[in-house]
Ligand binder design. Structure first.
Ligand SMILES: C[S@@+](CC[C@H](N)C(=O)[O-])C[C@H]1O[C@@H](n2cnc3c(N)ncnc32)[C@H](O)[C@@H]1O
Length: 237
């Protein structure tokens, strides 16, 4: 039996920090579904943007083998309470990561440019009035602005800077975020994509999408079809 991620009983909490929920579990389940590829990937540097409780980054470290891997983990959150909660969650599992209280990866970008082999993101994706996006505390966990895309659209170019040539991004999205358009944005940057996991709850339809560079430069819109994006027709709905 291989390790299935962080022990939820050891995940720390705070009233102003996002508690692991369906989207967090979907992201970890997607990592487990892609575990074979992740182990073969021989990652050296991994990162989570928006760590919240630390459940996902801790799970990633456990899935990849925390004792022997020699992998360096980084994680960021704009909410200072999240960084201290994440520290406690990591400690409770005997995992080490460099935790930074910052906006996306601000202050880390120069140092880490082109280095990340794996980046995981469960962003604030809920469509909300734009003014809620800059709110502090727990609101920052979910407030995604217009179509839930405001923070996502700021994260994508940063991820493009941070990923190594062979790096992978796993990101949670919602139907309302227009995932096919997100794939198109990334396609223009030279990334292929595929859905690793789709999950419908009573409230939302979640997709965990994996992105990787496929060596395509200068992609023209006419070259892009839903099949070249690896998407089913439901994505266009
Ligand atoms: C949906 S929660 C996910 C938390 C955790 N990764 C999980 O899956 O349980 C989104 C997280 O992103 C953080 N966040 C929101 N905007 C951010 C930003 N601009 N930079 C860094 N973190 C941000 C929030 O504080 C919150 O912890």
């Amino acid at each position: 039996m291989f390790p299935r991620g962080a022990d939820i009983r050891l995940v720390s909490g705070h009233p102003e920090v996002y508690e692991p929920c369906d989207d967090s579990f979907a992201l970890v389940d997607a990592l487990l579904a892609d575990r074979g590829n992740l182990l073969n990937h021989q990652a050296r540097f991994c990162m989570e943007i928006g760590c919240g409780s630390g459940y996902v980054i801790t799970s990633l470290a456990i899935i990849l083998g925390k004792e022997n891997s020699g992998i360096h983990y980084f994680t960021s959150d704009i909410n200072p309470n999240a960084t201290s909660v994440t520290q406690r969650t990591l400690d409770a599992h005997g995992v080490h990561a460099e935790i930074v209280n910052t906006d996306i990866a601000s202050g880390l970008q120069k140092r880490l440019v082109g280095m990340m082999d794996v980046i995981v993101v469960n962003p604030p994706y809920v469509p909300t009035p734009e003014e809620e996006v800059s709110c502090e505390g727990i609101t920052a966990s979910w407030a995604g602005g217009y179509n839930g895309r405001t923070v996502i659209d700021r994260i994508l170019p940063v991820v493009d800077e941070l990923l190594s040539d062979t790096g992978w991004l796993y990101m949670v999205t919602l139907t309302a975020n227009n995932p096919s358009e997100i794939c198109l944005v990334m396609r223009r940057k030279g990334y292929a994509s595929r859905i690793v996991l789709q999950r419908s709850t009573e409230e939302e339809s979640l997709y965990v999408i994996k992105f990787w560079r496929d060596g395509v430069d200068d992609v023209q819109d006419k070259d892009i079809t839903s099949s070249s994006l690896g998407l089913g027709s439901w994505f266009g709905k």
